[in-house]
Structures are given as C-alpha cells and as structure tokens.
Design a protein around this ligand. Sequence first.
Ligand code: VG1
Ligand code: CO
Length: 543
Amino acid sequence: MQIKTLATQAFLDQKPGTSGLRKKVKIFQQPDYLENFVQSIFDTLTLPQNGVLTLGGDGRFYNRTAIQTIIQMAAANGFAKVIVGQGGILSTPAASHIIRQYQTFGGIILSASHNPAGPDEDFGIKYNTANGGPAPEKITEAIFENSKVLQAYKIADVPEIDLDGLGVTTIDGFTVEVINPVADYADLMESMFDFAAIKSLLASGFSLKFDAMHAVTGPYAKDILENRLGASAASLMNCEVSENFGGGHPDPNLTYAHDLVDIVYGKQAPDFGAASDGDGDRNMILGKSFFVTPSDSLAIIAANAHLIPAYKSGISGVARSMPTSGAVDRVAEKMGIDCYETPTGWKFFGNLMDAGKVTLCGEESFGTGSNHVREKDGLWAVLCWLNIVAAKKQSVEAIVKAHWGEYGRNVYSRHDYETIPTADANSVIMHIRDQFETLVGQRLGSYEVKTCDDFSYTDPVDGSISQQQGIRILFTDGSRIVFRLSGTGTEGATIRIYLEAYEPNVENHHLDAQEALQEMIQIALQISDLKARTGREKPTVIT
Ligand code: VG1
Ligand code: CO
C-alpha cells in the first residue's frame, strides 16, 4: 500500500456548526475540500497506532464517494481498521452505538440530517469521539483552526471497497469490515424495550403508521417494527433509502412530513403515527389527529420511564436544550432528580451522560434520547411511546392530556424564518440585544419583562464555557421568548423564534398553540422588528 502526502490549499470556510460541517454538495465536490476537512480532523486528534474508525452515513448523494476517500485517508493516517455499514449506511444513533459497542477510537458520520439531498443540495460530515457522541466544541474549534492552515493531506492507494457485500477486506495489514448496519442497533432496542407487550399491542388491532421519509431509518424500521414487532408492511411508508430522499425534505414536523400528517389527521386515521429524519436521530410522535410537541414528549417519557424495562430502576437526571420548553423540569422536580439546561446541539449532553448525571435528554427540534447511545435517537423515541402506550393501555392523546392535567401545560411553538440574508438576520439579533436594558421592567400587553440575556453555559463536568447561545426574553409569569440563529443551514441565515407560556388551567388545555401564543408572537415581532428588517410577512416553518 502506497501512502502519498499531497500538498493542498487551505479552505477558510470549514467551520463546523451545531452538528458538523454542512455545505452544498457542489462545495464538497471541489478538489481537496473533503480531504482537507478529514485531514484536519485527523490532525486534531492524537491518533492511536492501529486504531479502529467507525464510518457510515445517511445514504444521501455523495455518501459512497466520500466513504471511499475517507477509507483511503484512514489507512494513510495509521488506522488499522475501518468498520463501515453496508451500502455506506449507518443512521446517526446506530453509528453512535457501533462506536460504543466495538469500542472504536471514534467515528465519522456523513450526514446533513434533515437538509435535502441530491447533487444540488446538501452534504455534511462530523466526527464523534470514543463515547459515541459528537465531538465537543473544543475539538470542533481545533478542527476549524487546523483546517485554515492545512498544507497537505495523506492518502493511500486502497482500491475501491465493495460496500454492498458484507465481510472483511485486508490490504497490507489494513482492514475494512463491512457490517450489517441494522442488526446491532436492532438488538440494542430489543434489549431495552418490552417487545412482547408492543407486539401484542400491535396484534390487538392498534394501528401504526411510520414514515421514514425515504431516508436512513427505512431499513431500521423494517427490521424492528415489521420483522421483530409484527407491524404490517402497510404500516411503514417511504422506507426505501434514496440518494435524494425522494426529492423531499426529511424533517419530521407538521410541515415537511405532510404525507403522514394527512393520513394521521384524515379519515381512518391510525392510532399512532411517527416519522424520523434524514439520519434517523429525530422523531415526530402523533396520536389520532393529535400532535405531541417534542418538549412534551421528553417530559412524558421521563414521567413514564419506569414503564420501560431499560429504565425500570429509575433515571438519574434529565437535560434539555435551553430553547426546549420547561415541561420536563416540572417532571424532574416532582421526581426529585436534577434537570440541566444546555445550549442547542447534542454535543452538550455527552459529558452529563458520561458522568452519570442524566439518563434522558431532549431538544424541542424533534430530538429525544438517552444514555444508551450518545446521539438523539428517532426510533428509540418511537419505541418509548409504543412501550408506554402498551403499558398504560391509553391513547396518545389521553396520555398527553392526563400529563397536562397533572403538571400543567407548557404551551410551545417555534417559528423559523429561513434563508434570510445574513446581514439582515444579524441586524435583527443586534437590534434585540440593543434593547436589553430598556426592555427590563416593561409591560408588553399582558406580559412584563423580568430579564433579558444571552444564554451562556458552563459545563458542570469540565467547566468549559459556551457563550452567546441564544437571546432570552423572560417574563415575570415564567413565559419566555428566545431568539437564535440556526447553525445547520447552508444558505443565508435562519432566525428561530421560540415561544413558551405556562398554562396551569385545564380549561385552556384544548387550545391550539398558535392561538394560545398569539399575543406573545406579536410581542416577538415587535421586539425584533423582524418584518421591517427582513421583509418577511410570515415564518417559513411553524412547529
Ligand atoms: C438544529 C436544531 C438543534 C439540533 C441540530 C442538529 O440546529 O435546532 O436542536 O441539535 O439541528 O439536529 P440549529 O443550529 O439549526 O438550530 V440534526 O437532526 O440536524 O443532526
Ligand atoms: Co438528524
């Protein structure tokens, strides 16, 4: 095997965002672009001699090409072995599990998650450490610094690996093992949940519809829901992975998962509906004509975790990202366990889970997970709900309403304004920051501003500090508005407005969130001057 060191020009735009480096495929296809980033990852880490690397992606366009290149670079950089999913496939939670199960040095995951795929769409790459979780900020920042001064990369002449056949290929002592991408993960799920109870629920006539949105979860759903749990083939939709995700936008929310939403809100609706995203780490949970907000889902899973075999002896603590509603905080308080508030992005949960401080965590952006891996996990959330429904023998809606009855309802919504020119988006954020002092104490409609700040987080495990993680306007009654710029887009900027109001009164629990939050939405628009500064009349997506 010949190893070459090739001279390269550094790119200055390889800064990882909330979840890795995401760019248009066309940018990744520039000569040396992918190679430079991969070398920057390897240069940042102290690589072991003879280490093992986990490798896989969500199956989107460019996945196979990138995998061949990364295998050649791993060989040149001293790895002894690469474990890769068949067809180049590994969902994000499955990749996390493979890193942990086979104790590999780390993993490279190729995904731009819910962003559309195809030659003119998005691609992404991220590095996960040996705990199975996304690299923490200090590593991603070092990767970025390295990428700006990179002068050369190393690549070996490993011949193209057949990714479609299972098995081991060895070239001069370097090994590539193509594994079944589903089996280990499906076994893990089977070990955690009461499959017998879910199986009899499904056999008893309880109907299910799962939408894989043409993305990576398809084969996982088939094995787990259909083969192992006996769901009918008709209850799974869009389960063939396609390189452009069927031309869709695999983001499991009420806007983009419209095929499923039409079914679940239509005549002959199933009892349960669910969808996951491009790389299988997000989930949307629906009952018959009923939507469960991700923030409520986290709280309800926490409150009912004892019904799930994996958590029957209790959970140590919970964590949520700052913009996620405080519904889970109320559950934690009642259970007498700790609740942590972290910045947006799964990388902030890893330390808490490694230190045993939390068992469950989640984000408002359709991400829920636990310490079984170090990524959020779409199918795991679906199984949590099926297990809870099977144990409680109640409908999804009844479970949610009973939860609100007990804890009150954190009415919640997020409004996204996508592809805004970056300068306009920055001006909105600056404008809000500039009002911090004058806003405090002001009455805005029926609300009074208590404090405003820029969220900053000190990791309780390693003391690292992350600043400017979102602007919070907190009101005296506990309601709040949060503004943040997205860190996962590839075109212009996305402004996210997160709205939350607490409603203890059961008589108001039937209200639609948009209706209940109407006044707060107007206040957010007023404070931000968003319409004038961006020319946008309404949000692109409301969740
Ligand atoms: C978004 C979500 C965030 C999530 C991230 C990655 O980030 O808001 O909660 O962790 O996507 O999810 P941002 O910076 O665009 O708000 V995924 O499923 O893309 O790996
Ligand atoms: Co995702």
